[in-house]
Design a protein around this ligand. Structure first.
Ligand code: 5AD
Ligand code: SF4
Length: 577
């Protein structure tokens, strides 16, 4: 493929613009050329990075499935492959070169092979074009704002036989009615807003995902309701900064209100990512405390414990303000588990500033933390500031890591001997007899149990802390417990007892027994009389007997009870679900 068609290319400067946002519906018509191409062909997606990228994968998988492709997890079998990139840290661009190289074999074997590069790295100036220049067999480069156009763009590539670049720097749309193939049938991620308006000086996200755009509250609630109806056990609401959800809608909608509406839908576990400390207001704390189904785990990224460093990061709070929020949260939710993100080696970070970070982490007593060495992101303000030498950053990183290990060990150690409800993710990769899942406080728990408990809530007593995971034992198999509940209800429910004793009475009543025998006899005589002049008389005798049985007081009582018993059984089933 030699020709390249550029529809849009990114310009990081433009990403800062705030366009008027329009709510639109995805075009779900599949172009004919794509439909016939997709028949019998397979797609493959490899995703890096955060939940926003994972959610984009689910949407792209939805579009490709609608086109008629089937999914494969075997790279060699792929006719269409997507590399969904992450730009937040590391040297993402170099990594992609290696990744693309690994698809060369597909291209050599299959001249129709389609390679698509998507995700956040594509939002960086010039990256998409230079990738195509290096690897002309790339068919399509799309930005995060255009995942909903994937089918149309593949069709265009097929029609025009050109490589296509379509990366917008900002989006003026909220696209609803997106298809999606969710990666898990118990736990779901739901986008509440796209993009971010904070422009922290180290962060590439506002440039790759654009300015903040909130989905309408009714769209989010409807998606969550459908998930609850479909039996999902856990919903995670997603936004780069969930606490500013709704501000752009300018109709008074707030995240606290949305959270409450979703909590009321009754999903067993509700959580959200990511919070912005200074916008996490008292109303949020109250809603979290009020609803049992909202996890008592809060990811509360601090980034640095030093007010001067926070100022250079353009984080809009001081150390004191952060600690004040933590104190307010702990006061109303004493069992809260707090986790965080911390960057070390941010430009200009002094030893004193770093010490402030260590002391803050100790003071908060995080249950765990993600720690990062600062890495300059192209086009961001911090990339132009004076950098900390790598050996200094690494040394600080090791000291911070040791502290975070200690804090995590303290929190995990305190869980030993207690019982937690674990939502089982599946069997462990290392041992198929071992199940793993997360407790409500965000900690990973492993225990021996049967694979059929995947997707169930299981009570697990913690036996050992392995710092970043815990080992426990199942207190009871929940399915056995449910069976016992049913048996208990059946035995003790007054209506069911009445029904059972009535049935006993009926089966031991001599009159009813005799009527039953007479009915069998009458039915036989009726059959034999068919075509003779006795038929009418036999029919009348049979019907009279039926009526007599129908009117018997004991049997009438049972008929009257049956409907109530049925609804009682349904209520029992629902109560133990
Ligand atoms: N360098 C290091 N860490 C970063 N993060 C974001 N940008 C950078 C960067 N340039 C971290 C922040 C953020 C998390 C998702 O990644 O801590 O909260
Ligand atoms: Fe990046 Fe988060 Fe800051 Fe937004 S709030 S710019 S996503 S670090």
């Amino acid at each position: 493929m030699s020709k390249v068609k550029i529809i849009n290319k990114p310009c990081q400067k433009d990403a800062a613009k705030r366009p008027e946002v329009e709510r639109v519906f995805a075009n779900r018509n599949v172009p004919e050329i794509l439909k016939s191409f997709a028949k019998g062909r397979y797609f493959y997606i490899r995703t890096y990075g955060c939940q926003a990228n994972i959610r984009d994968e689910e949407v792209m998988a939805g579009f490709l499935s609608e086109a008629g492709f089937e999914r494969t997890y075997d790279q060699a079998k792929a006719d269409v492959a997507i590399i969904n990139t992450c730009a937040v840290r590391e040297n993402a661009e170099e990594k992609i070169y290696g990744e693309i190289g690994s698809f060369k074999a597909n291209h050599t074997k299959n001249k129709d092979f389609i390679l698509i590069i998507a995700g956040c790295v594509m939002g960086e100036d010039g990256v998409g074009e230079s990738l195509i220049a290096t690897y002309p067999f790339i068919s399509l480069v799309i930005g995060t704002h255009d995942v909903a156009k994937i089918n149309d763009l593949i069709a265009e590539h097929l029609k025009e036989k050109k490589s296509i670049v379509d990366i917008r720097s900002f989006s003026s749309e909220i696209v609803e009615n997106l298809p999606s193939i969710r990666l898990d049938d118990t736990q779901a991620f739901v986008n509440i807003a796209y993009g971010c308006d904070k422009f922290c000086t180290y962060c590439i996200v506002p440039f790759t995902r654009g300015r903040e755009r909130s989905r309408h509250i009714e769209d989010v609630v409807a998606e969550c309701k459908k998930l609850v109806d479909d039996g999902y056990k856990q919903i995670t609401l997603l936004g780069q900064n969930v606490n500013s959800y709704g501000l752009d809608l300018k109709d008074g909608t707030t995240f606290a209100r949305l959270l409450e509406e979703v909590a009321k839908l009754g999903v067993p576990r509700l959580r959200f990512l990511t919070s912005y400390p200074s916008q996490f207001d008292d109303e949020m704390i109250d809603i979290m405390a009020k609803y049992d189904n909202i996890d008592k785990w809060l990811h509360f990224p601090v980034q640095s414990g030093s007010s001067s460093c926070l100022r250079r990061m353009a984080r809009r709070y001081t150390r004191e303000e952060y600690l004040e929020r933590v104190a307010a949260i702990k006061k109303k939710i004493p069992d809260i588990s707090l986790t965080t993100d911390i960057i070390v080696g941010f430009p200009g970070e002094t030893e004193e500033e770093f010490q402030d970070t260590l002391s803050l982490a100790k003071e908060v007593g995080y249950s765990s933390a993600f720690t990062f060495i600062y890495s300059p992101r192209p086009g961001t303000p911090a990339a132009k500031m004076e950098q900390v030498p790598p050996e200094v950053s690494h040394e600080r990183f090791n000291r911070l890591k040791a502290l975070v290990d200690d804090l995590t060990a303290t929190h995990s150690g305190a869980m030993v001997g207690k019982t937690y409800e674990v939502l089982v993710d599946g069997t462990s990769k290392r041992d198929s007899n071992v199940l793993s899942g997360y407790a409500r406080n965000g900690k990973l728990v492993n225990f021996v149990g049967p694979a059929y408990l995947t997707g169930c809530f299981v009570k697990v007593k913690i036996l050992e802390s392995h710092v970043y995971s815990l080992k426990g034992e199942m207190v009871e198999d929940p399915l056995v417990a449910k069976a016992r509940d049913v048996a208990f209800h059946m035995e003790h429910d007054p209506l069911l007892r009445e029904y059972a004793s009535l049935n006993n009475e009926i089966s031991s009543d001599p009159e009813i027994k005799a009527m039953g025998e007479d009915l069998v006899k009458a039915k036989k005589e009726l059959a034999l009389s068919m075509g003779t002049d006795k038929h009418k008389e036999k029919k009348e005798e049979y019907e009279a007997l039926l009526m007599k049985i129908h009117n018997h007081p004991l049997l009438q009582n049972r008929d009257a009870l049956t409907e109530r018993v049925e609804s009682e059984l349904i209520a029992i089933r629902d109560s133990i679900k």
